[in-house]
Unconditional design. Structure first.
Length: 77
């Protein structure tokens, strides 16, 4: 498990809620309420609801794909 101090803002992680021990899901460390670590929240993918950092346990950071990402206009050509 990752410690809270190891997390980086605006990055995505595999995490699950501590109290329920539910399924692992992809979440984002959000700075919508402020850039300081004390203001970071957890934004669940597909939801605009934010949660407290302590409510989750974090497994691993989601890596960006190695391949170049093309724009939609390039994909349409």
């Amino acid at each position: 498990m990752l410690e809270l101090l190891a997390l980086e803002p605006e990055c995505f992680y595999w995490a699950r809620r501590r109290e329920t021990g539910g399924a692992w899901e992809v979440v984002q460390i959000s700075t919508v309420f402020g850039a300081g670590r004390d203001y970071w929240t957890v934004a669940r993918t597909g939801s605009d609801v934010h949660h407290m950092m302590d409510d989750f346990e974090f497994l691993a950071r989601v890596a960006l794909p190695e391949a170049d990402i093309i724009s939609l206009s390039q994909a349409a050509e």
